[in-house]
Ligand binder design. Structure first.
Ligand SMILES: [Zn+2]
Length: 451
Protein backbone atom coordinates (compact mmCIF):
# COMPACT_ATOMS: atom_id res chain seq x y z
CA UNK A 1 0.00 0.00 0.00
CA UNK A 2 1.41 3.30 -1.14
CA UNK A 3 0.86 6.36 1.08
CA UNK A 4 -1.47 8.76 -0.75
CA UNK A 5 -0.20 11.96 -2.30
CA UNK A 6 -0.69 15.02 -0.11
CA UNK A 7 -4.22 16.30 -0.78
CA UNK A 8 -3.33 19.96 -0.72
CA UNK A 9 0.25 19.86 -1.89
CA UNK A 10 1.60 23.37 -2.33
CA UNK A 11 2.05 24.43 -5.93
CA UNK A 12 5.69 24.29 -6.77
CA UNK A 13 6.20 27.56 -8.58
CA UNK A 14 9.02 28.43 -10.94
CA UNK A 15 10.34 30.67 -8.18
CA UNK A 16 10.47 27.79 -5.68
CA UNK A 17 12.22 25.55 -8.20
CA UNK A 18 14.75 28.23 -9.08
CA UNK A 19 15.52 28.95 -5.41
CA UNK A 20 15.96 25.23 -4.69
CA UNK A 21 18.31 24.68 -7.60
CA UNK A 22 20.35 27.85 -7.04
CA UNK A 23 20.81 26.95 -3.39
CA UNK A 24 22.51 23.73 -4.49
CA UNK A 25 24.51 25.54 -7.15
CA UNK A 26 25.83 27.95 -4.50
CA UNK A 27 26.66 25.00 -2.23
CA UNK A 28 28.67 23.37 -5.00
CA UNK A 29 31.14 26.20 -5.63
CA UNK A 30 33.05 28.63 -3.44
CA UNK A 31 32.25 32.34 -3.54
CA UNK A 32 29.55 32.34 -6.19
CA UNK A 33 29.27 36.05 -7.16
CA UNK A 34 25.92 37.86 -6.91
CA UNK A 35 24.80 37.40 -10.50
CA UNK A 36 21.10 37.50 -11.38
CA UNK A 37 19.91 34.16 -12.77
CA UNK A 38 16.33 33.65 -13.88
CA UNK A 39 13.69 33.15 -16.55
CA UNK A 40 12.91 36.85 -16.96
CA UNK A 41 15.39 39.63 -17.61
CA UNK A 42 18.54 38.53 -15.80
CA UNK A 43 22.28 38.50 -16.40
CA UNK A 44 22.03 34.74 -16.91
CA UNK A 45 18.69 34.04 -18.56
CA UNK A 46 17.31 30.49 -18.67
CA UNK A 47 14.89 29.52 -21.43
CA UNK A 48 11.62 28.35 -19.84
CA UNK A 49 10.90 24.82 -21.05
CA UNK A 50 8.79 23.29 -18.29
CA UNK A 51 5.37 24.40 -19.55
CA UNK A 52 2.65 23.06 -17.21
CA UNK A 53 4.66 20.00 -16.11
CA UNK A 54 5.10 20.99 -12.44
CA UNK A 55 1.41 21.86 -12.06
CA UNK A 56 0.30 18.23 -12.41
CA UNK A 57 1.31 14.93 -10.80
CA UNK A 58 2.72 12.90 -13.67
CA UNK A 59 6.04 11.25 -12.74
CA UNK A 60 7.76 11.56 -16.10
CA UNK A 61 8.44 14.48 -18.46
CA UNK A 62 8.75 14.10 -22.23
CA UNK A 63 11.85 12.36 -23.55
CA UNK A 64 14.97 14.46 -23.19
CA UNK A 65 16.81 16.11 -26.07
CA UNK A 66 20.45 15.15 -26.40
CA UNK A 67 23.27 17.64 -26.67
CA UNK A 68 27.02 17.26 -26.80
CA UNK A 69 28.72 19.04 -23.97
CA UNK A 70 32.43 18.76 -23.13
CA UNK A 71 32.78 15.54 -25.08
CA UNK A 72 29.74 13.92 -23.44
CA UNK A 73 26.35 13.23 -24.98
CA UNK A 74 23.93 14.36 -22.28
CA UNK A 75 20.16 14.24 -21.86
CA UNK A 76 18.41 17.59 -21.36
CA UNK A 77 14.85 17.40 -20.07
CA UNK A 78 12.58 20.42 -20.67
CA UNK A 79 14.66 21.47 -23.66
CA UNK A 80 12.12 23.34 -25.79
CA UNK A 81 14.52 24.38 -28.55
CA UNK A 82 17.30 21.84 -29.02
CA UNK A 83 18.18 23.48 -32.35
CA UNK A 84 19.52 26.50 -30.43
CA UNK A 85 23.04 26.39 -29.07
CA UNK A 86 23.10 25.37 -25.40
CA UNK A 87 24.92 28.41 -24.15
CA UNK A 88 24.99 31.84 -25.73
CA UNK A 89 27.64 34.12 -24.24
CA UNK A 90 26.70 37.73 -25.02
CA UNK A 91 28.71 40.92 -24.66
CA UNK A 92 28.12 43.32 -21.75
CA UNK A 93 28.01 40.61 -19.10
CA UNK A 94 25.02 38.62 -20.29
CA UNK A 95 24.37 34.98 -21.17
CA UNK A 96 21.44 32.83 -22.24
CA UNK A 97 21.07 29.11 -21.52
CA UNK A 98 18.69 27.75 -24.15
CA UNK A 99 17.73 24.52 -22.33
CA UNK A 100 15.75 24.70 -19.08
CA UNK A 101 18.48 23.23 -16.90
CA UNK A 102 16.79 24.64 -13.79
CA UNK A 103 13.61 22.64 -14.40
CA UNK A 104 15.67 19.56 -15.29
CA UNK A 105 17.90 19.91 -12.21
CA UNK A 106 14.83 20.38 -10.00
CA UNK A 107 13.14 17.34 -11.49
CA UNK A 108 16.13 15.05 -10.83
CA UNK A 109 17.43 16.42 -7.52
CA UNK A 110 14.05 16.77 -5.82
CA UNK A 111 13.14 13.13 -6.44
CA UNK A 112 9.99 14.09 -8.39
CA UNK A 113 9.82 10.83 -10.36
CA UNK A 114 9.74 8.59 -7.31
CA UNK A 115 7.42 10.82 -5.32
CA UNK A 116 4.74 10.78 -8.04
CA UNK A 117 5.37 7.28 -9.39
CA UNK A 118 3.12 4.49 -8.09
CA UNK A 119 5.74 1.83 -8.82
CA UNK A 120 7.32 0.00 -5.89
CA UNK A 121 9.18 -3.33 -5.76
CA UNK A 122 8.54 -6.20 -3.32
CA UNK A 123 10.59 -4.36 -0.67
CA UNK A 124 8.44 -1.24 -1.15
CA UNK A 125 11.21 0.59 -3.02
CA UNK A 126 11.06 2.71 -6.15
CA UNK A 127 12.55 0.34 -8.74
CA UNK A 128 15.51 1.28 -10.91
CA UNK A 129 13.60 -0.18 -13.87
CA UNK A 130 10.97 2.56 -13.44
CA UNK A 131 13.50 5.41 -13.42
CA UNK A 132 14.42 7.87 -16.16
CA UNK A 133 18.04 6.95 -15.41
CA UNK A 134 17.29 3.43 -16.58
CA UNK A 135 14.99 4.38 -19.45
CA UNK A 136 17.47 6.82 -20.97
CA UNK A 137 20.63 5.05 -19.81
CA UNK A 138 22.37 7.70 -17.72
CA UNK A 139 22.54 6.20 -14.22
CA UNK A 140 26.34 6.52 -14.09
CA UNK A 141 26.40 10.12 -15.32
CA UNK A 142 25.73 12.90 -12.78
CA UNK A 143 23.85 15.05 -15.27
CA UNK A 144 22.83 17.66 -12.68
CA UNK A 145 26.53 18.35 -12.10
CA UNK A 146 26.90 18.87 -15.85
CA UNK A 147 23.91 21.24 -15.84
CA UNK A 148 25.65 23.16 -13.04
CA UNK A 149 28.81 23.23 -15.12
CA UNK A 150 26.86 24.97 -17.89
CA UNK A 151 25.54 27.48 -15.37
CA UNK A 152 29.01 27.92 -13.92
CA UNK A 153 30.39 28.79 -17.38
CA UNK A 154 27.63 31.36 -17.81
CA UNK A 155 28.24 32.90 -14.37
CA UNK A 156 31.99 33.03 -15.01
CA UNK A 157 31.41 34.82 -18.30
CA UNK A 158 29.03 37.33 -16.74
CA UNK A 159 31.12 38.03 -13.64
CA UNK A 160 34.62 37.59 -15.04
CA UNK A 161 35.36 35.46 -11.98
CA UNK A 162 36.43 31.80 -11.99
CA UNK A 163 34.43 29.43 -9.77
CA UNK A 164 36.03 26.45 -8.05
CA UNK A 165 34.18 23.44 -6.61
CA UNK A 166 33.74 23.61 -2.85
CA UNK A 167 36.50 21.44 -1.61
CA UNK A 168 37.67 18.74 0.67
CA UNK A 169 40.72 20.33 2.28
CA UNK A 170 42.63 20.46 -0.99
CA UNK A 171 41.69 16.94 -2.14
CA UNK A 172 40.01 16.65 -5.56
CA UNK A 173 37.05 14.70 -4.17
CA UNK A 174 35.96 12.78 -1.07
CA UNK A 175 35.19 9.16 -0.24
CA UNK A 176 32.75 8.01 2.44
CA UNK A 177 33.33 4.38 3.41
CA UNK A 178 30.42 2.74 5.20
CA UNK A 179 29.36 -0.64 6.55
CA UNK A 180 25.82 -1.81 7.29
CA UNK A 181 25.98 -4.38 10.05
CA UNK A 182 23.20 -6.90 9.44
CA UNK A 183 24.99 -10.03 10.64
CA UNK A 184 27.74 -10.92 13.07
CA UNK A 185 27.08 -14.63 13.71
CA UNK A 186 25.81 -16.25 10.53
CA UNK A 187 28.84 -17.03 8.34
CA UNK A 188 28.61 -20.73 9.24
CA UNK A 189 24.95 -21.16 8.30
CA UNK A 190 25.14 -21.26 4.51
CA UNK A 191 27.98 -23.84 4.22
CA UNK A 192 26.38 -25.93 7.00
CA UNK A 193 23.03 -25.88 5.22
CA UNK A 194 24.69 -26.86 1.95
CA UNK A 195 26.57 -29.75 3.58
CA UNK A 196 23.36 -31.00 5.16
CA UNK A 197 21.45 -30.74 1.90
CA UNK A 198 24.17 -32.71 0.08
CA UNK A 199 24.15 -35.36 2.80
CA UNK A 200 27.72 -34.57 3.96
CA UNK A 201 27.21 -35.17 7.62
CA UNK A 202 30.90 -34.85 8.36
CA UNK A 203 31.01 -31.44 6.68
CA UNK A 204 27.93 -30.38 8.56
CA UNK A 205 29.39 -31.49 11.91
CA UNK A 206 32.61 -29.63 11.15
CA UNK A 207 30.72 -26.39 10.47
CA UNK A 208 28.65 -26.82 13.59
CA UNK A 209 31.74 -27.55 15.69
CA UNK A 210 33.52 -24.48 14.35
CA UNK A 211 30.44 -22.40 15.05
CA UNK A 212 30.37 -23.56 18.66
CA UNK A 213 34.08 -23.24 19.34
CA UNK A 214 35.43 -20.40 17.19
CA UNK A 215 34.45 -16.83 16.49
CA UNK A 216 32.25 -16.49 13.43
CA UNK A 217 33.94 -15.25 10.23
CA UNK A 218 31.47 -12.35 10.18
CA UNK A 219 32.26 -11.33 13.77
CA UNK A 220 34.98 -9.20 12.23
CA UNK A 221 34.36 -5.54 13.00
CA UNK A 222 37.88 -4.95 14.32
CA UNK A 223 39.29 -6.32 11.07
CA UNK A 224 36.92 -4.16 9.03
CA UNK A 225 37.94 -1.06 10.96
CA UNK A 226 41.67 -1.87 10.68
CA UNK A 227 41.46 -2.69 6.98
CA UNK A 228 39.85 0.65 6.21
CA UNK A 229 42.23 2.52 8.54
CA UNK A 230 45.10 0.91 6.61
CA UNK A 231 44.17 3.18 3.71
CA UNK A 232 44.14 6.26 5.89
CA UNK A 233 40.33 6.09 5.71
CA UNK A 234 37.56 6.12 8.32
CA UNK A 235 34.74 3.61 8.67
CA UNK A 236 31.16 4.56 9.43
CA UNK A 237 29.16 1.67 10.89
CA UNK A 238 25.37 1.54 10.65
CA UNK A 239 23.92 -0.78 13.33
CA UNK A 240 20.54 -2.48 13.20
CA UNK A 241 18.80 -2.36 16.60
CA UNK A 242 16.07 -4.84 15.62
CA UNK A 243 16.69 -8.59 15.54
CA UNK A 244 13.12 -9.76 14.97
CA UNK A 245 12.27 -10.15 11.28
CA UNK A 246 10.16 -7.50 9.54
CA UNK A 247 6.38 -7.93 9.20
CA UNK A 248 6.91 -9.48 5.74
CA UNK A 249 9.41 -12.02 7.12
CA UNK A 250 12.51 -10.23 5.80
CA UNK A 251 15.36 -10.74 8.28
CA UNK A 252 16.79 -7.92 10.36
CA UNK A 253 19.91 -8.22 12.57
CA UNK A 254 21.24 -11.62 13.69
CA UNK A 255 22.54 -9.91 16.87
CA UNK A 256 21.01 -7.99 19.75
CA UNK A 257 22.73 -4.63 19.66
CA UNK A 258 22.46 -3.68 23.36
CA UNK A 259 23.85 -7.02 24.48
CA UNK A 260 26.62 -7.04 21.89
CA UNK A 261 27.53 -3.38 22.37
CA UNK A 262 30.53 -3.71 24.75
CA UNK A 263 32.25 -6.02 22.25
CA UNK A 264 31.21 -3.90 19.28
CA UNK A 265 32.47 -0.70 20.89
CA UNK A 266 35.83 -2.31 21.62
CA UNK A 267 36.11 -3.52 18.02
CA UNK A 268 35.28 -0.28 16.21
CA UNK A 269 37.16 2.18 18.45
CA UNK A 270 36.14 5.76 17.80
CA UNK A 271 34.58 5.10 14.38
CA UNK A 272 31.39 6.93 13.51
CA UNK A 273 28.15 5.09 14.39
CA UNK A 274 24.86 5.52 12.55
CA UNK A 275 21.44 3.90 12.73
CA UNK A 276 20.51 1.15 10.29
CA UNK A 277 16.72 1.56 10.26
CA UNK A 278 15.05 -1.87 10.16
CA UNK A 279 12.49 -3.28 7.68
CA UNK A 280 9.39 -1.11 7.41
CA UNK A 281 10.77 1.77 9.51
CA UNK A 282 11.17 4.06 6.50
CA UNK A 283 7.38 4.45 6.77
CA UNK A 284 6.99 4.39 10.57
CA UNK A 285 8.12 7.50 12.40
CA UNK A 286 7.40 6.36 15.95
CA UNK A 287 9.07 2.98 15.53
CA UNK A 288 12.07 4.61 13.91
CA UNK A 289 12.31 7.01 16.82
CA UNK A 290 12.42 4.04 19.22
CA UNK A 291 15.30 2.56 17.20
CA UNK A 292 17.12 5.88 17.26
CA UNK A 293 16.81 5.88 21.07
CA UNK A 294 18.05 2.31 21.31
CA UNK A 295 21.19 3.26 19.41
CA UNK A 296 21.69 6.37 21.51
CA UNK A 297 21.40 4.23 24.65
CA UNK A 298 24.36 2.24 23.32
CA UNK A 299 26.54 5.12 22.17
CA UNK A 300 25.49 7.47 25.00
CA UNK A 301 25.59 10.29 22.52
CA UNK A 302 23.76 11.58 19.46
CA UNK A 303 23.38 9.29 16.45
CA UNK A 304 23.15 11.75 13.57
CA UNK A 305 23.26 9.56 10.50
CA UNK A 306 21.01 6.86 9.11
CA UNK A 307 20.77 4.34 6.32
CA UNK A 308 17.81 2.00 5.96
CA UNK A 309 18.21 -1.79 5.84
CA UNK A 310 17.53 -3.09 2.29
CA UNK A 311 17.79 0.58 1.24
CA UNK A 312 14.18 0.96 2.34
CA UNK A 313 12.76 4.37 1.37
CA UNK A 314 9.25 5.62 0.80
CA UNK A 315 9.60 8.94 -1.03
CA UNK A 316 6.19 10.11 0.18
CA UNK A 317 6.98 9.81 3.90
CA UNK A 318 10.64 9.03 4.68
CA UNK A 319 12.05 12.53 4.08
CA UNK A 320 9.43 13.98 6.39
CA UNK A 321 10.21 11.41 9.13
CA UNK A 322 13.96 12.11 8.94
CA UNK A 323 13.43 15.83 9.39
CA UNK A 324 11.00 15.25 12.27
CA UNK A 325 13.53 13.04 14.06
CA UNK A 326 16.29 15.61 13.40
CA UNK A 327 18.72 13.34 11.60
CA UNK A 328 21.65 15.35 10.25
CA UNK A 329 22.18 13.05 7.29
CA UNK A 330 20.93 10.01 5.44
CA UNK A 331 22.88 7.82 3.03
CA UNK A 332 20.23 5.49 1.58
CA UNK A 333 19.62 7.00 -1.85
CA UNK A 334 21.23 4.75 -4.39
CA UNK A 335 19.59 2.08 -6.51
CA UNK A 336 20.10 -1.45 -5.16
CA UNK A 337 19.96 -2.75 -8.72
CA UNK A 338 22.70 -0.55 -10.19
CA UNK A 339 25.61 1.57 -9.02
CA UNK A 340 25.53 5.23 -9.97
CA UNK A 341 23.53 8.35 -9.17
CA UNK A 342 19.87 7.96 -8.16
CA UNK A 343 19.32 11.73 -8.24
CA UNK A 344 21.90 12.27 -10.99
CA UNK A 345 24.06 14.29 -8.61
CA UNK A 346 27.42 13.41 -7.06
CA UNK A 347 27.49 15.83 -4.12
CA UNK A 348 25.45 15.81 -0.90
CA UNK A 349 22.11 17.58 -1.31
CA UNK A 350 18.77 18.27 0.31
CA UNK A 351 15.87 16.27 -1.13
CA UNK A 352 12.67 18.25 -1.64
CA UNK A 353 9.86 18.05 0.91
CA UNK A 354 6.86 17.99 -1.43
CA UNK A 355 4.32 18.25 1.39
CA UNK A 356 5.88 21.47 2.69
CA UNK A 357 7.08 22.84 -0.65
CA UNK A 358 10.63 23.43 0.55
CA UNK A 359 13.98 21.63 0.83
CA UNK A 360 14.43 19.01 3.55
CA UNK A 361 16.68 19.98 6.44
CA UNK A 362 18.66 16.74 6.54
CA UNK A 363 21.52 16.24 4.14
CA UNK A 364 21.40 13.33 1.71
CA UNK A 365 24.81 11.81 1.07
CA UNK A 366 23.87 9.70 -1.95
CA UNK A 367 24.99 6.08 -2.02
CA UNK A 368 26.98 5.29 -5.16
CA UNK A 369 27.96 1.67 -4.81
CA UNK A 370 26.82 -1.18 -2.60
CA UNK A 371 28.74 -4.47 -2.58
CA UNK A 372 25.55 -6.54 -3.06
CA UNK A 373 24.72 -4.67 -6.28
CA UNK A 374 27.89 -6.00 -7.90
CA UNK A 375 27.13 -9.68 -7.45
CA UNK A 376 23.65 -10.88 -6.60
CA UNK A 377 21.04 -13.08 -8.30
CA UNK A 378 18.66 -10.09 -8.60
CA UNK A 379 21.22 -7.40 -9.45
CA UNK A 380 24.49 -7.53 -11.40
CA UNK A 381 26.81 -10.50 -11.74
CA UNK A 382 30.17 -8.90 -12.44
CA UNK A 383 33.20 -11.15 -12.76
CA UNK A 384 35.63 -10.61 -9.84
CA UNK A 385 38.18 -8.77 -11.99
CA UNK A 386 35.52 -6.61 -13.69
CA UNK A 387 34.37 -4.79 -10.56
CA UNK A 388 36.87 -1.93 -10.56
CA UNK A 389 36.76 -1.47 -14.37
CA UNK A 390 32.95 -1.22 -14.14
CA UNK A 391 33.05 1.38 -11.37
CA UNK A 392 35.92 3.46 -12.64
CA UNK A 393 33.99 5.73 -15.05
CA UNK A 394 31.60 6.58 -12.20
CA UNK A 395 34.52 7.38 -9.89
CA UNK A 396 35.97 9.62 -12.61
CA UNK A 397 32.71 11.56 -12.80
CA UNK A 398 32.75 12.11 -9.03
CA UNK A 399 36.34 13.31 -9.19
CA UNK A 400 35.54 15.65 -12.11
CA UNK A 401 32.97 17.49 -10.00
CA UNK A 402 34.66 17.30 -6.58
CA UNK A 403 31.87 15.08 -5.27
CA UNK A 404 31.59 12.44 -2.59
CA UNK A 405 32.00 8.78 -3.43
CA UNK A 406 29.90 6.76 -1.00
CA UNK A 407 30.74 3.08 -0.73
CA UNK A 408 28.77 0.46 1.22
CA UNK A 409 30.69 -2.70 1.99
CA UNK A 410 29.00 -5.06 4.48
CA UNK A 411 31.22 -6.68 7.13
CA UNK A 412 30.08 -10.06 5.75
CA UNK A 413 31.93 -9.26 2.55
CA UNK A 414 35.27 -8.94 4.33
CA UNK A 415 35.10 -12.74 4.62
CA UNK A 416 37.96 -14.17 2.49
CA UNK A 417 35.57 -16.95 1.39
CA UNK A 418 33.79 -14.35 -0.76
CA UNK A 419 35.55 -14.26 -4.15
CA UNK A 420 33.02 -12.10 -6.00
CA UNK A 421 32.31 -8.98 -3.97
CA UNK A 422 34.65 -9.72 -1.11
CA UNK A 423 37.84 -8.31 0.39
CA UNK A 424 39.83 -8.42 -2.87
CA UNK A 425 37.33 -6.26 -4.73
CA UNK A 426 37.15 -3.91 -1.75
CA UNK A 427 40.94 -3.60 -1.74
CA UNK A 428 41.01 -2.82 -5.48
CA UNK A 429 38.47 -0.08 -4.96
CA UNK A 430 40.27 1.43 -1.95
CA UNK A 431 43.63 1.31 -3.75
CA UNK A 432 42.06 3.22 -6.59
CA UNK A 433 40.47 5.87 -4.36
CA UNK A 434 43.74 6.36 -2.49
CA UNK A 435 45.72 6.61 -5.74
CA UNK A 436 43.35 9.41 -6.88
CA UNK A 437 44.01 11.27 -3.60
CA UNK A 438 40.42 11.16 -2.34
CA UNK A 439 39.87 12.79 1.06
CA UNK A 440 38.56 10.02 3.30
CA UNK A 441 35.73 11.46 5.39
CA UNK A 442 32.84 10.32 7.53
CA UNK A 443 29.28 11.66 7.63
CA UNK A 444 30.01 14.24 10.32
CA UNK A 445 32.95 15.60 8.31
CA UNK A 446 30.68 15.93 5.28
CA UNK A 447 27.97 17.76 7.26
CA UNK A 448 30.59 20.19 8.61
CA UNK A 449 32.02 20.85 5.14
CA UNK A 450 28.56 21.40 3.65
CA UNK A 451 27.27 23.67 6.43
ZN1 LIG B 1 21.10 -3.94 5.99
Amino acid sequence: MLPPLPVLAPIITAETRLAYVLRHFREAYTNVPAVSIGYEEAQVRIADGAGQFFEQTHPYPSAPAYRDYRGQRLPFFFDAAPENSLLELLPAGRAIIHADIVAAAFYLLSGWQEFFSEERDRHGRFPYAASVQHRYGFVTVPVVNYYFDVLKTAVEHVSGQALTPKGWAGAPFAAFVTHDIDNLHSAWKQPAKQALKAGHLLGFSRQLWQHLTRPDAWDNLARVQQTVAGYGAKSTFFFLPEHRPGANGTPNADYAVAKAWPRIAAAIGNSEVGLHGSIGRAREGSNLKAEQHRMQDCTRGPVDGIRFHYLGWEPRVTPFILDTLLFAYDSTLGFAEHYGFRNSYCRPFHPFNFAAGKPCTFLEIPLNVMDATLYHPNYLQLAPDKVLPALRPMFEEIERFGGVCTVLWHNENFDPANQHNGPQQFHALMEYLRSRRAAFVNGTDICVTMS
